[in-house]
Design a binder for this molecule. Structure first.
Ligand SMILES: Cc1ncc(COP(=O)(O)O)c(C=O)c1O
Length: 384
């Protein structure tokens, strides 16, 4: 039986091979491995694509988050790190890195429940918390989960009312939009991941910070190079978190294809939506009117217990699926005593037991897509 993976990076490489090989070949010729010309070129091209003033490459999406948060601490507090009493609102239904970066910036993550329809942070609950705790919160990190924008108009409104920064975690949503604006160009700053499986991925770890703010951009540039404008005369506690030249070259070669690949993901989502509509026991992803979803994941939902059974059934037929994420952040040991959950988080605890992400390879063969749909329908109609 043929294996159907979540993604097939080899297929994508073959599709873009000429561009990628030429980009790597160019690096082999010039040998400028640290902050080579491709880093600047990628930063400029992505800034142009997003419509922002600055993009700064980083060694990963995680480091991009830390660099942005540390810069915000320096600007807002006049000190290297936030204090523990400084709170940053975010979602517990995300990859660990979002909350972990808050801890590494010195602040306390405050976990607010998600909207069960979109899996993104619930802005009403966010408002409730801010009304009762107005003075401690310094910022918000909305995560555009699975490739769909959070409600950015409302989040920006809340931020203005409470004088908060907004750091968009765009790791899963390169190319996505809210109300005609690219994600990563709406908040105070945005961070991206070029982890290989992302919508725009390199061949290793890499990431980027986007911002219109000159001071944030300047600080991020310093912090990623050990903390100084000059390597031998350092101002801040820094990192070695530069974007690797080779990764920049690969991401640059793939950037040309990102809209086409995102369109491919949308087409797959349309087919899943059409073919799986009305299937007993399944909830399909909902898409917001103002959001242009880029389907980093196509995630369905089934009642607790059924999800695991379907995943097993698909695995027996060689179809890969994934659970993003099996554990919400507030249940992880690392956030015990370090993160705050002011209210119960029922939706963030229910989703990990019910969600299932299906294969969404943009170059997937239509026969494979038909097989996935048909196996799911067989499972659901059998009443298993
Ligand atoms: C929502 C989210 N934030 C942050 C990250 C961290 O990115 P990276 O793996 O490039 O460090 C990821 C990537 O896995 C992610 O999905």
């Amino acid at each position: 039986m043929k294996q159907i993976p979540m993604l097939d990076l080899r297929l994508e490489y073959e599709y873009m091979k000429n561009d990628i090989d030429a980009a790597i070949g160019k690096c082999l010729e010039h040998q400028k491995w640290i902050l080579g010309p491709e880093v600047k070129e990628l930063e400029e091209k992505i800034a142009d694509y997003l419509g922002v003033k600055h993009c700064i490459g980083a060694s990963s999406g995680t480091e991009a988050l830390v660099l942005a948060l540390r810069s915000l601490a320096i600007i807002r507090k006049g000190q290297e790190y936030f204090d523990k009493t400084d709170e940053i609102i975010t979602t517990p239904f995300t990859f660990t890195a979002t909350g972990d970066a808050v801890l590494r910036s010195g602040a306390t993550p405050v976990f607010i429940d998600i909207d069960p329809a979109t899996y993104n942070i619930d802005t009403k609950k966010m408002r409730e918390y801010l009304v009762s705790h107005p003075s401690r919160v310094v910022g918000i990190i909305p995560v555009h989960l699975y490739g769909q924008s959070c409600e950015m108009d409302e989040i920006m409104k809340i931020a203005r009312e409470h004088n908060l920064f907004v750091l968009e975690d765009v790791a899963q949503a390169f190319g996505g939009m809210w109300n005609g604006k690219r994600l990563g160009a709406i908040g105070t700053a945005g961070t991206f991941s070029f982890f290989p499986s992302k919508n725009l991925g390199g061949f290793g770890d890499s990431g980027l910070v986007s911002t219109n703010d000159d001071t944030i951009a300047g600080l991020v540039r310093m912090l990623l190079k050990h903390g100084g404008k000059d390597k031998y005369n350092v101002d801040h506690i820094g990192y070695n978190a530069r974007l690797d030249t080779l990764q920049a070259a690969i991401v640059l070669a793939k950037l040309k294809y990102v809209d086409e690949m995102n369109e491919g993901r949308r087409k797959i989502a349309e087919i899943y939506n059409r073919e799986l509509a009305g299937t007993d026991g399944l909830s399909l992803p909902s898409s917001l009117a103002f959001a242009s979803h880029v389907y980093h994941q196509y995630t369905i939902r089934l009642a607790k217990g059924k999800r695991d059974d379907l995943q097993k059934f698909l695995a027996e037929k060689q179809i890969s699926t994934m659970v993003y994420y099996p554990v919400p952040l507030h249940k992880m040991k690392v956030f015990e005593g370090r993160g705050k959950s002011p209210y119960p988080l029922p939706e963030s605890e229910r989703a990990p037991k019910e969600v299932l992400s299906l294969p969404v390879e943009p170059l997937m063969q239509s026969g494979d897509l038909t097989s996935v749909v048909s196996v799911i329908k067989t499972f659901c109609s059998s009443g298993k």
